[in-house]
Design a protein around this ligand. Structure first.
Ligand code: CA
Length: 219
């Protein structure tokens, strides 16, 4: 996942960037509201409300006009913000300084999980001859329904929610197995192997060494 961090205070931004990178996130950090609005190519925004050049609420509203990426607002005091207003401006959640690093990453994962669900509620994902429908929990390849275990389905649905993109192992473990991932595990590889077999062509799921997996149309 690529994060945009808009935070002018180095003493907050630097340890955050370091910790999030260690957790497998790619980070672009900016220090002003206008730089945040110019940034592109990220899929999650962490937005400090107290930026030097623009009102944070205005930055939030403008970001939301442009895109539907999840936004978590970072704020200095709980009384500084009006939660309802923030949600109306399009923020998905907020954290109050000082916040724990684990609290922030848990919120990032919870918000992105909701965002994935939101995206997939509307219509099934289609990748080549494969159709994955979270609503009915059916995966169809060509005109044949795949017989998947619940975890195999969840894994395939997650990969299909962002086909072509690399999903990193911690995120997959967190979203499919609902647990934090702190070391090597065979569970994911075993499920990927059985999914490849059921899809009939191992090329459907590419391994990106040291990072994770991505779903691609092999035809
Ligand atoms: Ca600030």
């Amino acid at each position: 996942m690529r994060l945009l961090l808009a935070e002018d205070d180095d003493s907050i931004a630097e340890p955050l960037v370091e910790g999030l990178r260690r957790d497998g996130f790619a980070i672009e950090r900016v220090a002003t509201g206008s730089a945040a609005l110019d940034a592109r190519g990220y899929d999650f925004a962490l937005l400090d409300l107290g930026l030097p050049d623009m009102d944070g609420a205005e930055v939030c509203r403008k970001l939301r006009e442009d895109s539907d990426v999840p936004i978590i607002v970072i704020t200095a005091r709980s009384d500084e913000i009006d939660r309802v207003l923030l949600l109306e401006l399009g923020a998905d959640d907020y954290v109050v300084k000082p916040f724990g690093f684990r609290e922030l990453t848990a919120r990032i994962r919870a918000v992105s999980r909701r965002a994935v669900t939101r995206t997939n509620d509307a219509s099934p994902a289609r990748i080549g001859a494969l159709e994955v429908d979270r609503r009915t929990r059916r995966a169809v390849l060509g005109d044949e329904e795949l017989q998947l275990t619940p975890k195999e389905f969840d894994l395939l649905a997650l990969l299909a929610s962002d086909a072509g993109a690399v999903l990193d192992r911690p995120r997959i473990m967190d979203e499919v197995w609902d647990q934090h991932w702190y070391g090597p595990t065979k569970t994911l590889d075993v499920h990927v192997a059985s999914l490849r077999k059921k899809l009939g062509d191992p090329a459907w799921i590419e391994t990106v060494r040291g990072v994770g997996f991505r779903l691609v149309d092999p035809s």
